[in-house]
Design a protein around this ligand. Sequence first.
Ligand code: PA5
Length: 440
Amino acid sequence: MIRVDDSKALQNRTDLTAELSQAHEWLQKATGKGSDFVGWVNLPQDYDKEEFQRIQKAAKKIQSDSKALVVIGIGGSYLGAKGAIDFLCSSNYNLKKKDTPNIYFVGCGLSADYLQEIMDLIDGQDFSVNVISKSGTTTEPAVAFRFFKAKLEEKYGKAEAAKRIYATTDKARGALKSLSDAEGYETFVVPDNVGGRYSVLTAVGLLPIAVAGVDIEALMDGAKEMMETCRRASLDENPAWRYAAARTQLYREGKKIEILAAYEPAFRFMTEWWKQLYGESEGKENKGIFPASVEFTADLHSMGQYIQQGERHLFETVVRFGKSASDLKVPFDAADGDGLNFLAGKDMDYIAAQAMDGTLLAHVEGGVPNLIVSVGEKNAHTLGELVYFFEYACGLSGYLLGVNPFDQPGVEAYKKNMFALLGKPGYEDMGAALREKLGR
Ligand code: PA5
């Protein structure tokens, strides 16, 4: 169960019940802005069970015939899987001794050195590819796919390579779907009514996550439990209501930046996923909270200064997890050169909890409101709950802000410029104008 504590964030609560009720109805009845993209609202219950079994089967095959899985995707077709695998398996997943394949993410940028490095790392190993693109035409993953498709075909021949390529894309349209049908790749679907940043609980996230050995049934169960909780139209019974209400109130009071903080290094990429979810959903029409993130306690030694004493336009949302799986106690040291023997025998979780409370009080006293999101132990069920909680609160928050939380018109601007500068047919005039602006 997720709990949101706003007592260290708000002096007095503004009553947003009427606005929340409206936003809630828009999500539940699919009648608000962007309603073609609210398929994620009932997804944990309505997902395609046959496809889910195929995902599990494909994951087992990849585990049995591959030492590496190359996952190709960007944005919503990347961050959820990366975040979940780091969080549930370790941010050192590829370095660990394990029975599951290493997982490499590519197509999430345009660095030649990065691409080459991954090709070198998997050289000589049996590998498979999961190419993920809803549109099928996104430049970064499409370019990366060319390299890894060629590498697979060179290693195994075209027919065997086709059996090692898994494409996650639109069910009927797009370049990737056409190619997959022509070449005979196994395909999985990004549902029409689920946008990229809300797609981690579809095949987009589930296949790579399952390959890493995560119990994806537990993930979906956690999401379903939170979906049921989020159906309640109540500030006291629905944590997403409380979170959306608090962050909206803080924004209206001038807190324009939200920092998502966790005391868990493995959660770092989930904060990247969260940043896309909120940034792309809310940052439009010259409005929106800027989503930032920190990893504590590491960043207390870098960003801590700004948070404590910089401009007061920030609030923090701290995700707190239950007990760690590792039971570590601080060793006694006879010399006690660091003067820390008063901690000897103390549990690391206990020490971290004191750091959290100390930081909370310091930041609140420094003028940074703190919202606390308490979740369960670090496991797949908890992550499923957390993903759905953040998604639902994001939909609510976007509607409270007055924007369409499900489009991303601004993402196109850089793509058009890039195509024009690269000389894509049809963009010639624009390319000339841009080169002039750049003084080339
Ligand atoms: O949220 C989004 O829609 C984007 O981040 C997309 O997921 C991203 O641009 C990748 O798009 P596609 O899956 O079509 O390649």
